[in-house]
Write a new protein. Structure first.
Length: 86
């Protein structure tokens, strides 16, 4: 089975009243484990360039390899990847 070099995660959103409770970090960890288990070498997360707080969180989680940018609906999206332990 052919796998691309990385898989992408997009549009992680949570209702404001549930922020800061660890739900998204738990979800990301599960996605990382799943991606590693099926053979991906890295996982990439897309984030709007204006979302500075989210970028800082992703960098803290190890998503520190900038891989590309795209314009989606006139919004700049930055993609950062993290190596997965296989």
């Amino acid at each position: 089975m052919f796998l691309p070099e990385y898989c992408e995660v997009n549009a992680l959103r949570i209702n404001k009243k549930y922020e800061g409770k660890g739900h998204i970090s738990k979800l990301v960890k599960l996605m990382e484990q799943y991606a590693a288990n099926i053979g991906y070498k890295s996982l990439a997360i897309g984030v709007e360039a204006k979302e500075v707080r989210n970028i800082a969180i992703y960098l803290h989680w190890g998503y520190n390899n900038f891989i590309k940018h795209e314009i989606e609906d006139n919004v700049l999206i930055l993609y950062y990847s993290k190596s997965l332990n296989n």
